[in-house]
Design a binder for this molecule. Sequence first.
Ligand code: PLP
Length: 431
Amino acid sequence: MALRVRTAVRGFVNPLKCVLRSSAAATSKRGYAAAVAEARVVLENELDGIRAAGTWKGERIITSQQGPHISVDGSRGSILNFCANNYLGLSSHPDVIQAGIEALQTHGAGLSSVRFICGTQDIHKNLEQKLAQFHEREDCILYASCFDANAGLFEVLMGPDDAILSDELNHASIIDGIRLCRAKKFRYKHMDLSDLETKLKESQSSRMRLVVTDGVFSMDGDVAPLPAICDLAEQYGAMVFIDECHATGFLGPRGRGTDELLGVMDRVQIVNSTLGKALGGAAGGYTVGPKPLIDLLRQRSRPYLFSNSLPPPVVGCATRAVDLLLASNEIAQSMTAKTMRFRNRMTEAGFTISGTAHPISPVMLGEAKLASLMADDMLKLGVYVVGFSFPVVPKGKARIRVQISAAHTNEDIDRCVDAFIQTGRKHGVVS
Ligand code: PLP
């Protein structure tokens, strides 16, 4: 029994490893209760360390649907929400909800299986085909999340003879996915083309090379310089991968993403993205790219092979979301107009907003305490925004990250800006 507890705990808390290992012999004598008590002390110490470092992440409890107006436990009335990745407002779109209900009724709550045993339904194949069409790629494979898609890709594609060149600010799931693979790893400075070129030269002897970047970086809303990245990749014989979680559905003239926005859809070989943000916001992720790659992922990708199929209601919601986007780009355009309204009014008021034209609109404040105090004051005015500070963003670059949705009205945007001006004046950020 003690052994079983040790094994279960070992997987997720590093500091326990040494304590448990050093006391392994004694454990059998002291028994199960003492080992568990000791583990509890180690965990409490870790938690105290997080609190002391000021990096504790609290969770507000929402008691309504996700949307621009939400109810939050402990706050009275409706709160204006500016911190969801609900870029197109589809998380609570009536058609999307209805499609989820219908899929639940026709295809059930879940598959109780992975895809290759008995977990593939017609609706999974249909959604994969639609996503491939949407991204104009040969084929698509669904995962339970984009975290899984990133965790499952690199290990399959890249071996010890290959090299991965990855932007230093790529998402955690990309970093973890790359850790899992045996390719040589090169980390280039954030969006630094000359450093990327240096790394491409250094890795020239590798069999295959893959440049890996977020299309949009979620902390700053900055867009990767894809045309120049593709130029370098072509010059040095490398492929390009992008993570489009913060672009799919709304960047580019038809909302296809960063590659469409920057005119390189035919020069980026592999795209991973999520169903958990603009495309209905439920859950799920996917890879689109060349058919042999997708076929190989179905054979070898561990998060795909060893995790349950996406539940039918989730598939139903996402399919409807993609259908809405294939039919019209009106929603994406309305989000862009609102983004520019927010960015322009805030800049006029004297705030510094990072990034350009992306709905991720970080209000740069510098000090961690200021970001957290201002976010609290904004909530008192009925506007829900979140302050980000070190270690999530670099020291001295604390900010409040505002995210605009197509579902916000112009009045919502104006109320948010007015609340920023009021709290910004209180804290001496603007005059
Ligand atoms: N990649 C990026 C850039 C993200 O921002 C996220 C989510 O925060 C993910 C991957 C993971 O997506 P999912 O929520 O579908 O696992």
